[in-house]
Write a protein that binds this ligand. Structure first.
Ligand code: GLU
Length: 418
């Protein structure tokens, strides 16, 4: 049986806790979210009728700073899934060493069936429902699957209405006009690019390494463009409409134009392949940049890449991960390969708190520096403890959270003793 995402996240934490010999009280804290709220979200449909959908906001850990993580609108969202994703966010922010904890939110709804006005009504209502639990020093939402700058601007505006004072640092991923950061829209791709280039270099892959990317949304499309500009050959890409392949390298700009025109990459006209073939095509680097669970054990047997960089959250099942490890494929885990977004979110939050606006070049420089340092940390832990990168990431992240918890406990003890 495949474990669900929350169970997977807990299994990862447990393995790291064993490796680090953590105390039981720390394990207990890491196992359950610090705070989880489930809300009912009423909104007004275009027909004037009220509708109600379930929503969640879960702060898994604030040991290292305010909880941080995206807000997902998807028909499959459950409390368990959000808790799992929140747990992964705690590890992610710790791996990149951001002064933040981990959280996640979601609404169980199919946003593709909602008009723009309905989406706004829903997002504002959700914000009112969770307003008491979020805040610049407490828990800071951001975009995730099916949410973007529009939703974040509505959250910022509604939060200001509820509290009576503007506080742009309550949410990140805002438009520039609402206090967003330059470079946030391309941050996940830019962070993944740093990781891919540095890892490819370590593995001795050729400068024109062949890349296959599953998912041509925000992360996948920008990443394809960046890597092609770096001289790599993007040989296959896919989206929900299908997959295309060209062993000599696709013209990424033309693929993006085709998608903008028709809604899918397949309109570009290169050889169409099966949707799963994008994962098993002959290439050096594979980037799953779509949803979780995309690569199972069966597909992992057929992956031909030497390097997998997880730009999505949880794209490899644990069984797939074991197969890839067995086959000697290097997997840079999601908690690092997809951390570019939250890293620039952190920069946005810091700019808002300090009343600053950093240049695009400054954001790019800091992002590259963070991601490179985190990757170096990861390889170091992997080599010194003889662990695969995923397990090393968990040890690095959980170790940093545990250190913060221990420091807090020390402060409490001191206060009680004095
Ligand atoms: N949703 C993104 C993630 O999973 C970004 C979160 C954020 O920017 O806080 O990492």
């Amino acid at each position: 049986m495949t474990l669900d995402l929350h169970q997977q996240a807990l299994a990862t934490i447990d393995a790291a806790a064993d490796e680090l010999r953590l105390d039981d009280w720390m394990r207990a804290l890491l196992h359950r979210p610090e705070r989880a709220i489930a809300v009912q979200v009423p909104y007004v449909g275009d027909d004037g009728e009220m509708r109600v959908v379930p929503g969640y906001r879960i702060a898994h850990s604030t040991a290292r700073g305010p909880a941080k993580g995206g807000t997902r609108f998807h028909p499959d969202v459950t409390a368990e899934e959000v808790a799992g994703l929140a747990t992964l966010m705690s590890v992610k922010t710790a791996v990149v060493d951001l002064p933040l904890g981990g959280g996640k939110g979601g609404i169980t709804v199919d946003p593709k069936r909602l008009s723009e006005r309905e989406l706004e009504s829903l997002t504002r209502s959700y914000t009112r429902a969770i307003a008491g639990s979020i805040g610049p020093d407490v828990d800071v939402p951001a975009p995730d699957v099916n949410t973007d700058t529009r939703h974040m601007d509505w959250i910022a505006d509604e939060y200001a209405r509820v509290t009576g004072a503007p506080a742009p640092a309550v949410v990140t991923g805002k438009s520039l006009a609402a206090g967003g950061s330059l470079g946030r829209d391309t941050a996940t791709a830019a962070g993944c690019r740093t990781v891919v280039l540095a890892s490819a270099h370590r593995l001795g892959l050729p400068a024109d390494a062949r890349v296959a990317i599953q998912g041509f949304g925000n992360a996948g499309a920008h990443l394809a463009r960046l890597l092609a500009a770096d001289g790599l050959r993007v040989v296959a890409v896919s989206d929900s409409g299908g997959a295309i392949h060209d062993p000599d390298g696709l013209d990424v700009a033309a693929v993006a134009a085709a998608k903008a025109r028709s809604g899918s990459v397949v309109a570009h006209g290169a050889t169409e392949i099966g949707p799963e073939e994008v994962l098993t095509v002959d290439c050096d680097v594979l980037v799953p940049a779509a949803l979780e669970g995309a690569i199972d054990a069966r597909l992992a047997e057929r992956v031909r890449a030497r390097l997998v960089a997880e730009a999505a959250n949880g794209p490899c099942t644990p069984e797939a991960d074991a197969v890839l490890q067995e086959r000697g494929v290097t997997v840079v885990p999601d908690v690092l390969a997809s951390a570019g977004g939250v890293t620039v979110s952190c920069f946005e939050w810091q700019q808002n708190l300090g009343g600053e606006q950093w240049s695009a070049a400054e954001v790019a420089r800091r992002l590259d520096e963070r991601m490179s340092a985190a990757l170096d940390d990861l390889w170091r832990v992997s080599e010194s403890r003889r662990l695969p990168l995923r397990a090393a990431a968990a040890v690095l992240g959980v170790g940093r959270i545990a250190a913060a918890l221990a420091e807090r406990a020390g402060v409490v003890e001191e206060a009680l003793a004095s």
